[in-house]
Design a protein around this ligand. Sequence first.
Ligand SMILES: *Cc1c(COP(=O)(O)O)cnc(C)c1O
Length: 224
Amino acid sequence: MTEAAPDIAANLARIRARIAAAASACGRDPATITLVAVSKTKPAAAVAAALAAGQMVFGENRVQEAAEKFPALRAAHPGLRLHLIGGLQTNKARDAVRLADVIETLDRPRLADALAAAFDKESRHPDLMIEINTGDEAQKSGIPRDQADRFIEACQTRFGARLRGLMCVPPHEADPAPHFAWLAARARAHGLPELSMGMSADFEIAIAHGATAVRVGSAIFGAR
Ligand SMILES: *Cc1c(COP(=O)(O)O)cnc(C)c1O
């Protein structure tokens, strides 16, 4: 059975309206919140439909998939911005640096080394965010909570203002609010301006806690 194709333009309009409402509910300017449309597993045609509806910022989990979909789209849409939001292997760092505008999943010293080397080789410098494993879940990427402060400081020293902020994916079944609040407090403590948090199910809660980027996939492109 095939499901009806999602109306991507209508879904985007709905999500943008919900972002605006959530922002004004807590006295924030919606223009300070970036919608990252997460297109993982979806075909390039779905991304093209979102572009046609004015969406310019996309998120992908896998370097390989991003490399297949995005170079052609980027050539046609120079303003397109791509965020890599999935756990990154060090041997993919160079491809990631070539493809991405923002790498959200810097989460360990060896990856910081690999990215720094890739910046030099590629002469390209995507913005970086540090992913923190706020639930300290064994299977998840992200630096553990108790190592976060030291790692953030080391990355600020190394990457300067290229290190833009923090990112998290709270445990699936948990109340996300304490995770978002904790992440926001760490960003404040380190003077980092950006917070990537909130997905289809919880982006309004994330906005209430200060998210500057929300990563929304299924609510735009349909279930995966
Ligand atoms: C898939 C994914 C999203 C989007 O999830 P939805 O629930 O489909 O909105 C956001 N962030 C990360 C890191 C993801 O892997």
